[in-house]
Design a protein around this ligand. Sequence first.
Ligand code: FES
Length: 111
Amino acid sequence: MRPETPAEIPAVDDVTDEQVRDLPPAAEPTATITPYRDGPLIVRGDFRLVDDEGNEIDPGRKTVALCRCGKSGIKPFCDGTHKRSGFSSGSAPSRPRPSAQIFRRAEGSAG
Ligand code: FES
């Protein structure tokens, strides 16, 4: 597996669904989802996008930016509105989710 290089990742102010369209798919055969600081979720690789009824949403390409600020006019895709709306969020969680902690505890006790 090849790690992403900074040159392949656009700067946070440049991230919209339109601007990631020409990025090459991730090197690994599965999807990679990157939460951008103060921005969208970048999905790269092999993935299926479906609505909450299981209907296919054609992403049109192998790299998309999904809105996580809730303000996009083209949900589920990012249109860059997160910049104007002042959306703020880290890239990684500052602490593990409670369910992840429970899972880790269960895994630790099983071994
Ligand atoms: S994350 Fe970009 S418009 Fe919502």
